[in-house]
Design a protein around this ligand. Structure first.
Ligand SMILES: Nc1ncnc2c1ncn2[C@@H]1O[C@H](COP(=O)(O)OP(=O)(O)OP(=O)(O)O)[C@@H](O)[C@H]1O
Ligand SMILES: [Mg+2]
Length: 272
């Protein structure tokens, strides 16, 4: 069995009470019983989850540790309440939004109390489903177009307390869909209905799409991903002003060449 399966097995055995009860007992909005696209042991054993889900694959790696730090900063900043709806964006494509959103969602969900709904709101270039090794037959775009109820399209994972809302079928009008009242109502309802639920939105790149700014209006906090050496400084500043500096709760510098040697020294000293 591979690393991911081992990590999951270990985690699942520590959380033996998991039977999907959280969602089965909830009402219409967040209920994933009708159509569970994924939730099978088999899927994990076949290693369909991406190795990029390092919070699962290598829970003691420098990256997994970094996500625990980000999780702590999201949850326990004494200067503000923990944001219930968090958008992850970047100035340009390919800076690591999906990587950060997915790993952060897992890290939050593996905490003690938090239920997490990870939403792929990048309707132009959806990829959360790839991270989790599943198909993308229906999702947010289908809900926003009125084709499906939410209860039909939530994807329960066998990661404790983590539910996915994939992007769904490509729509010709992502700006309109994501700027709609239905989207606003959905985010508000999803985050307000339960006190222990966090929503993480994998958003499109904000320099290139209009919808990112609209989603930003509806969330409580924004994590801004900056890929080392990718976006020019001026673009980053411009984007930060555009989406609203006051909502940015953190910046993730991705792909930096932080000293792995230094980390390993620290790691081996304390944990081996
Ligand atoms: N810190 C990291 N460690 C390892 N791989 C990474 C890291 N950050 C990003 N990647 C990989 O780089 C590629 C681009 O990242 P990702 O898809 O998360 O970017 P994105 O901002 O969501 O892109 P897009 O705008 O196209 O949706 C992916 O293959 C991802 O797994
Ligand atoms: Mg992406």
């Amino acid at each position: 069995m591979g690393k991911i399966a081992d990590a999951l097995d270990k985690y699942m055995s520590e959380k033996a009470d998991y039977e999907g009860r959280q969602y089965a007992s909830e009402n219409e909005l967040i209920k994933a019983e009708e159509r569970q696209i994924v939730s099978s042991e088999g899927l994990i054993q076949e290693h369909h989850f991406s190795d990029k889900l390092l919070t699962l694959a290598s829970p003691h790696s420098i990256t997994a540790e970094a996500f625990k730090i980000i999780r702590g900063s999201v949850l326990y900043d004494k200067n503000r309440n923990a944001p219930k709806a968090i958008m992850v964006t970047s100035a340009f494509p390919g800076e690591g939004k999906t990587f950060v959103a997915s790993n952060l969602a897992i890290s939050l969900a593996m905490g003690l109390n938090e239920n997490v709904l990870l939403i792929d709101s990048d309707l132009r270039h959806p990829s959360v489903h790839d991270m989790f090794g599943i198909k993308n037959p229906y999702g947010l775009s289908d809900y926003l177009q009125g084709k499906n109820d939410i209860s039909e399209i939530l994807v329960k994972t066998n990661i404790n307390k983590l539910t996915l809302l994939l992007a769904g079928m490509q729509a010709p009008n992502p700006v309109e869909l994501l700027s709609s009242k239905k989207m606003e109502d959905f985010i508000n309802e999803a985050k307000n209905r339960y006190s222990d639920r966090f929503i993480v939105l994998d958003a499109p790149p904000s320099q290139l799409t209009a919808e990112t700014n609209t989603i930003a209006n509806h969330v409580d906090g924004i994590i801004f991903v900056v890929m080392n050496g990718k976006a020019p400084r001026a673009s980053i500043l411009h984007t930060v002003e555009n989406i609203g500096r006051e909502k940015i709760i953190g910046v993730v510098f991705n792909g930096s060449s932080m000293s792995y040697k230094a980390y390993n020294r620290y790691y081996s000293k304390y944990y081996k």
